[in-house]
Design a protein around this ligand. Sequence first.
Ligand code: UDP
Ligand code: MG
Length: 317
Amino acid sequence: MSAAPEISVVIPLYNEVENVEDLCRELKAALDPIGRTYEVLLVDDGSKDGTGKRALELAKSEPTLKVLRLRRNFGQTAAFSAGFDHARGKVVVTSDGDLQNDPKDIGPLLAKLDEGDGYDIVCGWRKNRHDPLSKKIPSFFANRLISWATGVEIHDYGCSLKVLRADVVKGIRLYGEMHRFIPAVASSMGVRVAEVVVNHRPRTRGVSKYGIGRTTRVLLDLFTVKFFMTYGTRPAHLFGLFGLLFGAVGFGILSYLAFIRLFADQSIGSRPLLFFGGLSFLTGILLVNFGLMAELLMRTYHESQNKPIYVLKTDDR
Ligand code: UDP
Ligand code: MG
């Protein structure tokens, strides 16, 4: 196998047969002048239109081109994951493969990565985005919500064009639609994130693979990510807190009812409060137990794969 290149460009492709050739040409024109060794990993995400075959043909005459083919359509996040697992460069570039991202921006993003003391992730910001309003409006709110919830203030979570250090990206497992949360998840590991305005072009060939349904999936993923970022290694704190609250309310109510039954001789059997107090107390106990279960699962997760709860700094920047 040839020596590892400095940069690995990872591009997911799903039914992009009309774009793949121009994409490779534009990538080559943008990457060659940078003067660093690179590989381009085209990940065919189970396309049915011959994208994978076309990519393989192109790879025959272009040694920097590698093609990974997923057996079926696993989704963009899985396609990125496959690319990351096979990337050999110390720096990973991600981009969409529909020519909406402009490969010419890769140079400036790479330059930003090494600026000053250096960053770990540089995200593209499609300031002048060429997509229909039905995408831009949900995106506007999603970006603000994600920034607020995760504390990582970037303008454009949805932009695929990013440059990342390989050690960061290889330490993150991705699920669902989570590739957009890489900067947020990574920042909880203590990485430095920067942002650069990039060009964005309308889609001229092929069709968008996403509709409005993506918004709900992104929101649900945000919920998961937020949970993992804050309580991933200590779930009992979250469930325990609610458990104690419910338990205390239930205990208070039941104590009050016991008091008036025993000392004021009132009947309590038909009071709705009895039902509520009992339910609240039980909920409290169950939530505390749930927290302990989650704690067991979390430990199994970390210890079974020797995954520490901290992240070491691996460079001398
Ligand atoms: N994509 C993919 N698998 C999917 C859906 C999309 O690999 O299941 C790729 C797609 O080929 C493109 C990129 O992800 O290169 C972004 O998709 P798209 O342009 O449809 O998203 P939009 O720009 O409309 O948000
Ligand atoms: Mg697109």
